[in-house]
Write a protein that binds this ligand. Sequence first.
Ligand code: NDP
Length: 405
Amino acid sequence: MSRILIIGAGGVGNVVAKKCAMHSELFTDIWIASRTLAKCDVIKKEVKELCGVDLTTARVDADNVPELVDLIQKCQPKLVINVALPYQDLTIMDACLECGVHYLDTANYEPEDTAHFEYSWQWAYQEKFREKGLMALLGCGFDPGVTNIFCAYAQKHLFDAIETIDILDCNAGDHGHPFATNFNPEINIREVTQVVRHYKDGEWVETPPILEDDCVHFSFDYPVAGPRESYLLYHEEMESLAKHIKGLKRIRFWMTFGQPYLTHLKVLENVGMTRIDEVDFEGNKIVPIRFLKALLPDPGSLGSNYTGKTVIGCVIRGDKDNKPQSKYIYNICDHTEAFGEVQSQAVSYTTGVPAMIGAMMMVTGTWSGAGVFNVEQLDPDPFMEQLNKNGLPWQITDFTGQLPE
Ligand code: NDP
């Protein structure tokens, strides 16, 4: 019997709550808390209709450690699943430490005033979690998350040595809006407008942001989705994989973007709407990107008209039995099917399902340990098995296509 506390009631929180409720034999008592109680109550109602399970809801400001501690002490969960925003990672980790509770998230900590992505802040909690005998599992969504697990699986079963990894993230879906983001607009736009980095021979190589004319892109032929323009982007899982995949020489991350998305984003950037600093507006201080978020469609609401698929996976090259080999491990997820199952589009679905599986690994003791872990440090096999059982089946093929050198 395990009680869990989910923090965050957005697109991803909705999926985590419903997928956990579908495993009520493991998650026997589910709490969901967020800044806006009404959003938790909507999820509670839908979970009851879908699975017949009663959730407990609560309001919490996850920027406030004493409030979090009060809630965690009241709930007494085995594990906190953090699917609020990356800004809250450290406060939630602090509260978990104070209350002696395990921790899981899907995105690395970001300070609100700088769009900077690195694990250093959370890796610094290693000793604190270790001393208390607690486990903090970082980045257990799809990317980061499943992509890391695919690499760990390849390292364990498919290769003697891995030389290069290319993570390829394609959303070939259509939500019918001229411009919308698939997860929190503020977090998404901060991520895609930054300078691009990839890892090569022990160094981080910088290239122009995706909105610049000289950014790096190429057309990749995705299964089912076909050829799509894919842009080199910095993504946080590269940092932990560069550390944990033995002998890795290069890792890159590519994401597809349609021209209308890029054009809208370029205009918004040019007029200052993606700024993350405060500006004066009629005597008030506003942060333009937050104002923009208020105007854009809520990512959680996109699902009802979303068609098409996501195709996310890793092309991994290296040696096996002294012969070079290339493998492609990927998942295909359908927006319409995800909506039919849990009233969510596929981007929230592909994030929420792995978070539930990570929680399953932790509450059953299949994954255990004291300290801070990235998912590739744990045994990929039981997680891969659960992906197949819980809506995210994967495939492995020999890769015979071309990648830029
Ligand atoms: P949403 O914006 O839809 O939801 C975020 C939720 O967190 C909202 O319910 C929001 O409340 C709540 N929240 C924000 N600030 C606070 C606070 N101070 N206290 C309490 N609750 C708060 O985001 P998503 O569901 O799309 O994304 C959730 C997380 O998942 C993000 O960290 C995102 O980066 C990550 N993610 C990871 C992916 C992966 O593959 N690894 C892919 C996609 C997302 P309110 O409604 O009141 O604002």
